[in-house]
Design a protein. Structure first.
Length: 159
């Protein structure tokens, strides 16, 4: 199976649940083999999934990160509980991280995509504290911290 054939089968083969006669077919197992072996089609498939979820894959550093961030697990309403979600995004700091599964909320910040190595945006965590300190805040959890600092608005909209 080549890439063109892989893509032409995508709409029929990616709809779950698959009919029994599809799962048992040689064509389907060839298609799955191609998915696992071909990096280009693997990435292309992730881009399709992101689009099916209503997002634009170009809004993310790469399809691997986009696939992780846009994935909403039906079994785990809180992404922190889902073992399939490996990467989390903290918009306040523009920071990507790998969740630490210790039952808490800790995470290890990452600077490159674990799948393709693309550079991720530099965390703005230090800048966040610096700016608030410059504004005179010493208690960063105080109720009077400007609301744009609780989202990504503080760096997206300028100052
Ligand atoms: Zn391919
Ligand atoms: Zn899950
Ligand atoms: Zn990637």
């Amino acid at each position: 199976m080549d890439c063109t054939q892989y893509k032409s089968h995508y709409s029929a083969f990616s709809k779950l649940p698959l009919p029994r006669e599809v799962c048992d077919s040689r064509e389907w197992s060839d298609w799955m083999d191609h998915f696992h072996d071909c990096h280009a089609c693997f990435d292309w498939t992730l881009a399709q999934r992101i689009a099916e979820r209503g997002f634009d894959s170009r809004d993310f550093p790469c399809v691997h990160i986009g696939n992780q961030i846009t994935f909403a697990c039906p079994d785990h309403p809180d992404p922190a509980d889902c073992p399939d979600i490996l990467i989390s995004y903290f918009s306040r700091f523009d920071e990507y991280s790998i969740a630490v599964r210790d039952g808490g909320t800790s995470a290890v910040a990452i600077r490159y995509c674990p799948w393709c190595g693309v550079a991720l945006p530099e965390s703005k965590r230090n800048r966040w504290f610096d700016e608030l300190a410059a504004l005179g805040y010493t208690d960063f959890h105080a109720d009077d911290v400007p609301p744009q600092y609780w989202t990504d608005a503080w760096y997206k909209n300028g100052k």
